[in-house]
Design a binder for this molecule. Structure first.
Ligand SMILES: NC(=O)c1ccc[n+]([C@@H]2O[C@H](COP(=O)([O-])OP(=O)(O)OC[C@H]3O[C@@H](n4cnc5c(N)ncnc54)[C@H](O)[C@@H]3O)[C@@H](O)[C@H]2O)c1
Ligand SMILES: [Zn+2]
Ligand SMILES: [Zn+2]
Length: 351
C-alpha cells in the first residue's frame, strides 16, 4: 500500500498532526487528484479547535480540507470526461443524485449532502478522491494553483452576489472576509452602482478599498446611515449580502434597506438571533439563505468572469494574501485565525 503525507485529526480532540496515511483509491466513478494547493477556511479553524460547531458536524478520524486545486492522476473505470493530467478545482459538496432536488437539477439543495473534509476525507493531503462530477476542469491554463484553490469560497461569493439582479443597484456587503472581498468584484462585474462594505478590521477594510469598494465602513466608527449619506443614497440600499455571520450586521442591514430590498445571507451565525420581523414585513424585504455553490452554474460563471474580466481576476487573485508550504501549516492556521489578512493558501506541491 502506498502512503502519503496528510493533516490528520485522529480523534475527538483539538489539533491536527501531519502524518503518513494510506493513499485514497478511486471508486469506479471517482477521480484521484494530486493536491497542489488548498485554502484554509473558517470551517477548518472550527475543526482544528474542536469546538461545538465542529463536534456537531464532523466524522472522525478525518483528513480535513475542502478548498483545493490539483492534477488528476487516476480515474475510475466509469469516468467519462475527466482525464489524467487535467487541472481541477474541487466542489466539496457531494450530493446523492436521487432526492427530489437532485433530480430536478437543484443539486445545491440536496437533502443528503456530504462534505469533503468534514464527513469524508479531504484535501489537506498529497492526494484526495472525489466523484468525477465534483471535479471542475480548468480549460484556462493561466489559472494558478492559488487561484484554483479558492474556487470554493469564490463560489460562495458568486452564488450570493448573483442571487439578485444588480444592474444599477446600490449594494451593501457586511463582512470583508475573503468572501465579502470577492463579492465586491462580482457585484461590480454584474453592474452594481454603489458598493459599500463593512468590517471592523482596518487591514480588511483597506483591502476592500483596493478592490474597488466605493466605501469601506468601519462599523465601530461609522453608522450605516452615515455611510448612506456619504454615498449620496437617499432611500436605502437595494441589495444586501450578509457575509459576517454577526447578528448586529444583519440587524443593521435590515434597518438600512430600501423598501422592497433584497438580502442574500451567507454568514453563519453561531446562535439564533433577533430579527425585526415587523420591518421585514412592512418594508417588504426578501431574505434568501445561500449555501455552497450552484452546481454547476456558479462554477461556469466563475470561470467565465475570470477569463473575461481582467480587473475581477486581479482582485480575486489578490484575496490570497498568504501562501505557505504545507509543512508550515501551523503558521498558516494561525494567520487565518488572526482574521486580519485575506485568504491563506497552503502549497502541497513539494511536501
Ligand atoms: N453559507 C455557506 O455556504 C458558507 C460558506 C462559507 C462560509 N460561510 C460563512 O460566510 C461568512 C464569511 O466567510 P469568510 O470566510 O469571509 O469569513 P471571515 O470570518 O473571514 O469574515 C467575516 C468578517 O466579518 C467581520 N465582522 C465581524 N463583526 C462584524 C460586524 N459587526 N459587521 C461587519 N463585519 C463584521 C470580521 O472582522 C471578518 O472580517 C462566515 O460567517 C462563514 O461562516 C458560509
Ligand atoms: Zn470553506
Ligand atoms: Zn440529493
Amino acid at each position: 500500500m502506498a502512503f502519503m503525507k496528510a493533516l490528520y485529526k485522529s480523534g475527538p480532540q483539538p489539533g491536527f498532526e501531519l502524518v503518513e496515511r494510506p493513499e485514497p483509491q478511486p471508486g469506479p466513478a471517482d477521480v484521484k487528484i494530486r493536491v497542489l494547493a488548498t485554502g484554509i477556511c473558517g470551517t477548518d479553524l472550527h475543526i482544528q479547535s474542536w469546538d461545538p460547531t465542529a463536534e456537531s458536524m464532523l466524522t472522525v478520524p478525518l483528513i480535513p480540507g475542502h478548498e483545493f486545486y490539483g492534477e488528476v492522476v487516476e480515474v475510475g473505470e466509469d469516468v467519462r470526461d475527466v482525464r489524467p493530467g487535467d487541472r481541477v478545482s474541487g466542489e466539496g459538496h457531494i450530493v446523492c443524485g436521487i432526492c427530489r432536488n437532485c433530480r430536478a437539477g437543484r443539486r445545491q439543495m440536496c437533502i443528503h449532502v456530504q462534505s469533503v473534509g468534514v464527513q469524508r476525507d479531504g484535501a489537506f493531503a498529497e492526494f484526495v478522491v472525489v466523484p468525477e462530477t465534483n471535479a471542475w476542469v480548468h480549460h484556462d491554463p493561466s489559472i494558478t494553483p492559488e487561484l484554483g484553490a479558492i474556487f470554493d469560497p469564490f463560489g460562495n461569493a458568486t452564488h450570493t452576489a448573483l442571487s439578485f439582479p444588480l444592474v444599477g443597484e446600490d449594494v451593501l456587503i457586511t463582512g470583508a472576509g475573503p468572501i465579502g472581498l470577492m463579492a465586491i468584484s462580482v457585484a461590480r462585474h454584474a453592474g452594481a452602482r454603489k458598493i459599500a462594505i463593512t468590517d471592523v478590521s482596518p487591514r480588511r477594510l483597506a483591502l476592500a478599498r483596493q478592490m474597488g469598494a466605493d466605501l469601506a465602513v468601519d462599523v465601530s466608527a461609522m453608522t450605516l446611515a452615515e455611510a448612506q449619506h456619504e454615498l449620496g443614497l437617499v432611500e436605502g440600499f437595494d441589495v444586501g449580502f450578509e457575509m459576517s455571520g454577526r447578528p448586529s450586521a444583519l440587524q443593521g442591514m435590515i434597518e438600512n434597506m430600501n423598501h422592497g430590498g433584497r438580502i442574500a445571507l451567507l454568514g453563519l451565525p453561531a446562535q439564533p438571533a433577533e430579527i425585526d420581523w415587523g420591518k421585514v414585513v412592512t418594508h417588504m424585504l426578501t431574505l434568501k439563505g445561500i449555501y455552497g455553490r450552484e452546481m454547476f452554474e456558479t462554477w461556469y460563471a466563475m470561470s467565465a468572469m475570470l477569463s473575461s474580466d481582467p480587473v475581477l481576476r486581479r482582485n480575486v487573485a489578490a484575496v490570497v494574501t498568504d501562501v505557505l508550504p504545507a509543512t508550515r501549516w501551523e503558521e498558516g492556521f494561525a494567520v487565518a485565525r488572526s482574521g486580519s489578512g485575506g485568504k491563506v493558501v497552503l502549497d502541497w506541491s513539494e511536501i
